[in-house]
Ligand binder design. Structure first.
Ligand SMILES: NC(=O)c1ccc[n+]([C@@H]2O[C@H](COP(=O)([O-])OP(=O)(O)OC[C@H]3O[C@@H](n4cnc5c(N)ncnc54)[C@H](O)[C@@H]3O)[C@@H](O)[C@H]2O)c1
Length: 265
């Protein structure tokens, strides 16, 4: 390990269990010398294993429903008290579709549930950055990363309303990236990750078949969660200071493929 994040402080949203992408990111941040705080929705903290991760990472756990401005303000205030200053990086690793969970098909969506989906999966990203802006919670040259999926640009029918959630999330990264970049040299990017065996991933219908399809389609195979964590570390580090307002594919080449003979075999 290179200690590439030595001296940096960050907040990791969305570690539910050891499969979570955020879990791997948290572990890698600490391995690279960062200090972190962990957060998740209160209900998820009761179900999940986050306390084991907190112990391993010597990190405080501060509950926050990412749709609540009040919870987010409390989270950033407490984190700054804990660190004795502002943060340098934040990972938004949150996604949930109410319609997918309740088995509603795309052609017959419940719009109240859709609004909840957008609030949790995308607007929470704007709210998080809004609170950071208001509290001046991030240092100059800091880095904010959100996780997304290629269904924001291409049609993956079973991804349902999460496709629009991700399109919104990616747009918030660009728009807030302008404001944060201009005011504070802070960068905002999204990483578009391969299908990954996690609780959120496996909630999508036909996920296992699709996972295998994407694996064959991608020249390098599906990118594992551990490698997604490595990419996050690169984006939190000072080696990527001029990368901002980008949607960065971390998918083994999937997004550039048209057809791969391996899929037909
Ligand atoms: N797994 C995949 O195939 C895949 C692919 C591309 C992108 N992603 C994205 O990666 C991110 C992380 O997902 P994951 O695959 O690690 O699954 P995960 O289920 O481990 O993580 C999702 C997290 O969102 C949290 N969450 C839900 N509602 C919340 C709320 N109101 N407030 C705060 N947190 C809340 C959950 O508690 C959970 O920790 C998501 O944005 C997901 O869409 C996943």
């Amino acid at each position: 390990m290179s200690n590439i994040l030595a001296g940096k402080k960050g907040i990791i949203f969305g570690a539910l269990d050891h499969q979570s992408i955020a879990w791997k990111v948290a572990e890698r941040c600490v391995e690279e010398g960062a200090q972190i705080a962990l957060t998740n929705a209160p209900v998820a903290m009761r179900m999940g294993e986050i306390n084991a991760l907190a112990e391993k990472c010597k990190a405080p756990v501060i509950a926050a429903d990412a749709t609540s401005l009040e919870d987010l303000e409390n989270l950033f205030q407490k984190s700054m008290e804990h660190f004795g200053g502002k943060v340098d990086f934040v990972l938004h690793s949150i996604g949930m579709s109410v319609n997918v969970r309740k088995g509603k098909v795309y052609t017959d969506l419940n719009y109240e549930w859709m609004q909840k989906t957008f609030d949790v999966s995308a607007i929470s990203f704007h709210k998080m950055m809004h609170v950071m802006w208001k509290l001046d919670a991030i240092n100059d040259w800091g880095s904010i990363v959100g996780l997304t999926y290629i269904a924001a640009q291409r049609v993956f029918p079973d991804y349902s309303e999460m496709a629009e959630s991700k399109a919104l999330l990616e747009s918030f990264a660009r728009s807030f990236g302008y404001h944060f970049g201009t005011a504070k040299k802070v960068r905002v990017n999204t990483i578009s990750q391969s299908p990954t065996m996690t609780t959120a991933g496996q909630g999508v219908k036909g996920f296992h078949e699709f996972f295998n399809y994407a694996d064959k389609m991608s020249p390098l195979g599906n990118a594992p969660a551990e490698d997604c964590a490595n990419y996050c570390i690169a984006l939190f580090s000072d080696l990527t200071r001029y990368v901002t307002m980008q949607n960065l594919f971390h998918d083994g080449g999937f997004s550039t493929m048209g057809m791969n003979p391996a899929v037909l075999q």
